[in-house]
Design a protein around this ligand. Sequence first.
Ligand SMILES: Cc1cc2nc3c(=O)[nH]c(=O)nc-3n(C[C@H](O)[C@H](O)[C@H](O)COP(=O)(O)OP(=O)(O)OC[C@H]3O[C@@H](n4cnc5c(N)ncnc54)[C@H](O)[C@@H]3O)c2cc1C
Length: 418
Amino acid sequence: MKLKKKVVVIGAGFGGLQVIKTLANHKDFDVVVVDKTNHHLFQPLLYQVATAVLSPADIAIPTRSITTKYSNVKLYMAEVHKIDVQTNEVSFADKKEKYDYLVLATGAKTSYFGNEEWKKYTFGLKNLKDALSIRKQILLSFEEAELSGDPSTIEQLLNYVIIGGGPTGVELAGSIAELSHNIIRKDFRIIDSAKTKVTLIEAGPRLLSSFHTSLSDFTKLKLEERGVEILLNSPVKSIDAEGITLADRKIKSKTVIWAAGVEAASITRELPFEKDKAGRLIVDGYCRIKEKPNIFVIGDAANFSHGLSRPLPGVSPVAMQQGRFVASLLLKDVNLDKVKTFEYFDKGNMATIGRTDAVAEFSVIRMSGFFGWLGWLFVHLIYQVGFKNKVSTLVSWIWSYITFRAGARLIQEEINSK
Ligand SMILES: Cc1cc2nc3c(=O)[nH]c(=O)nc-3n(C[C@H](O)[C@H](O)[C@H](O)COP(=O)(O)OP(=O)(O)OC[C@H]3O[C@@H](n4cnc5c(N)ncnc54)[C@H](O)[C@@H]3O)c2cc1C
């Protein structure tokens, strides 16, 4: 009789979930999943929760509702705080779990490039808590501005600064401009929310640097049409409670959003293996650690450069394809010399600018404007996990499109679990 192998998967995000699904109900494997949250999160739509277009439950699904169908999968909600690579054991809560194979799919966290003190004065966007904090801050700033009689306080409250001109920064800037200049304009009597200033700051020479320059130019034009001020070649010098400082100016703001960088989640830093500057573990062509071939690292936690001029990007298709690849390796149980190394199938890049405008590129095909936007809507709907989430997201989008309203404009009070 063949002995069952135990696979421990840390992280049930884009990559981890594919490993779990591929090994599900397989008689040769026991799968133990550990995730510090109780949900699988569709991060590409986090910015819509942050700007009150969608509710948290539209973009997250309880992980147990997925694993309930998989009899060989045991799920723990806990943060893994130690991985012992000598004894093949992971520790979380007061438990220890032995593994035959370990899959590290722990994703990334916000990186301040060594300026940790900036964290205190900015909002990151990496999980639901971050998105709800931004939503609360934006909605509260309008309320506080309506209450304040002081013009300079009002100006500071209605100044929104977004640092980082990648897809997340662009999407946030477009969405905050739409919220303040259109959606909530009729809701206030004293302030004019259309006077809200949204500034998008990028250290490099163009927005969306991973896209073709024509799409970067289109994005800049469309954001400016929506009233967003764009500052290129403008690295941030410092950030404090008053706002931010650039080489040539200071911008006062109560709402500074940091969308400029990510690094691997903390647990990878603890491991005694080679990492890149962003803390990502260097893996071989099979997504394994060279010294420990029973440890696989996938998605945002990995630096996969095998045969490439630069590492694969931190995007969901990389994580999903690597998740399926690793699980299929385990299922094949064959001599690795005969198996092809991982090859990424690049499905292209997309970013939305706002209502009816997006940019998309698939190899040499480029789309912008309305058709790019329709493509963006379609792709983001089909990749949402769970039928209910697809339907509720679609309904919210149709409602917002027709009514010019955003349905999730709630300022949440603090909730204590005890
Ligand atoms: C705002 C935003 C917008 C994005 N937009 C896009 C987009 O439009 N298109 C695109 O392709 N990609 C986008 N991405 C990137 C994409 O979300 C990531 O590349 C993808 O999530 C990586 O998948 P992963 O499995 O590596 O990690 P994740 O999906 O992040 O999953 C990691 C999981 O590990 C868990 N975890 C971490 N540490 C521990 C620990 N110590 N113990 C237990 N559990 C742990 C976390 O709770 C999480 O569930 C976006 C990301 C963000 C933040």
